[in-house]
Design a protein around this ligand. Sequence first.
Ligand code: ZN
Length: 117
Amino acid sequence: MHPWLDRPSLQDAQQRKRATPKHALVTRLEEKADKQKADTKALLAFRVAVFKRDGGKCRICHKKVVRTLALVANRAEAHHKRGRRVAPEDRYNVAAALLTCAACHQAIHLGHVKVPK
Ligand SMILES: [Zn+2]
């Protein structure tokens, strides 16, 4: 069944809304925020581990990369060999990722570069 066809009806949603007290909604928002915080932490640990394993060098062009949020060509990025839609379980899997510079990472996703095994 297509997920869109399996969605709860508007009536279901209205009923659920009425049944959910305000404090429960706040708790849900807090849980969501906690989950996002944990995800950010895990993602950072994953990126640091990939960076260390690959010695701070891009696995494609072998140039040194820098850990920065700035959008520069030599920025360190972690490429997932299998994307999050295909393999969500690989999100924090260091063995399933490789360190690239931003330029090579883009080239991979544009299909200009083949990812080494
Ligand atoms: Zn590169």
